[in-house]
Every structure is written in C-alpha cells, then in structure tokens.
Design a protein around this ligand. Structure first.
Ligand SMILES: [Zn+2]
Length: 269
C-alpha cells in the first residue's frame, strides 16, 4: 500500500522515526558491532589498572627555590654572617669583606601519576650550599650528613661553614620566614593522596582506551573487508579467464563446468 506523499513536517518526522525504529529492530548484529559494544565495559577495569600502574611508576619532580642566602665574614676570625638575596644575584654586590658561599632553600615536590597527580610527596627542605672557593662542591646543610661534607670542604679549601645552617635559619627568622625554619627543623615528608584525581585519571584512561579500541576494531574490520573484496575479485577474474576460482586449473575446454575436474569443488554460476 503506497502512502500518500505529504508536506506536513510532523508527518514526515513521524514516518522517518518509524523507519529508523524498524531498521534498528531488524538490523543484523555482526561480530564487529558486538566487539564495539564490548569495548566500553572491558576498557573500564583496564582504565583503573592502568591508572594505578601509572601512579606507581610515573612521577614528575619539580624543585622550587624559596629563598637564597649569602654567607660570609666581615673579616678573618669574625663570626659567620648571612644576608637574604632579594634580586638578581648578578646585580647585587656581596656585603662582606670575605664572601664565602651561597645557600638556596629549596623545596622538592614529587607528583605521581598521569595525566593528573593522584599522589603528591613534598620532600624535606634542602639547603644546597655552593662555596665560592670550590663551586663543584655542593653541601646540603639540612642533610644529616652535612658535617662530613663541611669537614672535607674545610680540609680542602680552609673554608669553615659549620655555622652555616644556624646562620641561614637566623636570617630566615629575622625575615619573618618562621615557616621555613620550622620546615627545615622538622625534616618532615608529607604525602597527600587525592582519590578524586585517581578517579579522574581512570575516567580519562577509560575514554582513551575506549576510543582507541573502537578505532582498532574498525581498522581490523576494514582490513578484513578489503581482503575479502580482493579475494572475490581474484575469483571473478579467474572465472572470466576460464580457470577454476579455487585452484586455477584451466577449464576453458569445458562448456558449463559444474565441478572442477582438478580439485573437485563446486563452481557456481
Ligand atoms: Zn579447481
């Protein structure tokens, strides 16, 4: 029964929707569409596993210099003195008769996980000190082993920086950086865990895995389709040349071959 042609937009839309519904109900579900359907639920646990693996194995370290202190003496034999450096080091003259070393107060932050940091570790503050007498020797004044490094420095260059840590912390205290002093003294490592970041990482990876698995399935599907098309073409080509499409045996002498006399397979058409 042919339906009357209509220009009523509501009728057009209604008919179109009916057609889509009918088509989707009768459409054959191929193994390929089923594989695509499975990509979504299967990539979810994989996303979580990958998120935890990245959290354990991938980390970024960033170092921030919070303050810079210069150490020196006014004269030989006078006590060690320190000043905080505010501007560009190259443009500021040393205020001591006998300049000795530069101390940086540094915070190292380690972020674990990708693309977001689901775990963040803040290491104890470091005070790497570069003596002017030998810039290749760097001693971390905050490290428990600092005394050994300072002893070696004094033996090699006659520079005494044993009061370096106390002087640096005194400078920080007078500069109202009590927080840094407490931080250096406690030598605490703090780790913060963000489960929402872990969830965000897992969701991002889930999406990436889902999209890439669909691309992979569709890629294999097109490869299979091309291979099938090529096989059909070569079969048709062989038939046209009067040869068996399976084994290539010459059948041009036979008028209507039903079966190949060489391999015994049925020939259609
Ligand atoms: Zn044959």
């Amino acid at each position: 029964m042919a339906r009357r042609r209509t220009w009523n937009p509501i009728t057009i839309i209604r008919r179109r929707l009916q057609r889509i519904e009918r088509q989707s109900a009768t459409r054959n579900r191929t193994p390929w569409t089923r594989a695509v359907d499975w990509c979504l639920p299967l990539s979810l646990p994989l996303g979580f596993v990958l998120a935890f693996a990245l959290d354990a194995n991938v980390s970024r370290v960033s170092t921030e210099t919070l303050a810079t202190v210069r150490l020196g003496r006014d004269d030989r034999g006078t006590p060690l003195r320190g000043v905080i450096l505010r501007d560009d080091p190259a443009g500021v003259p040393w205020p001591f008769g006998s300049p000795l070393a530069t101390v940086e107060i540094r915070r190292r932050t380690i972020e674990h996980g990708w693309p977001f940091a689901s775990r963040t570790t803040v290491a104890p503050l470091e005070l790497p000190t570069v003596p002017l007498a030998d810039p290749d020797v760097v001693v971390d004044l905050a490290h428990p082993d600092a005394a050994r490094g300072l002893l070696a420095l004094r033996d090699a260059t006659d520079v005494d920086l044993f009061d370096g840590l106390d002087v640096s912390l005194d400078v920080m205290t007078t500069e109202r950086r009590r927080d840094l002093v407490d931080d250096v003294r406690s030598r605490a490592t703090t780790t913060t865990r963000s489960w929402s970041a872990t969830l965000a990482v897992a969701a991002t990876l889930w999406l990436l895995l889902f999209v890439s698995s669909i691309i992979a399935v569709r890629g294999i599907q097109s490869g299979a389709w091309l291979a099938q098309r090529w096989r059909r073409r070569s079969m048709v080509g062989k038939l046209r040349d009067g040869r068996c499409p399976f084994c290539g045996y010459d059948l041009s002498g036979v008028r209507f071959p039903k079966r190949c006399s060489e391999c015994g397979r049925r020939i259609w058409g």
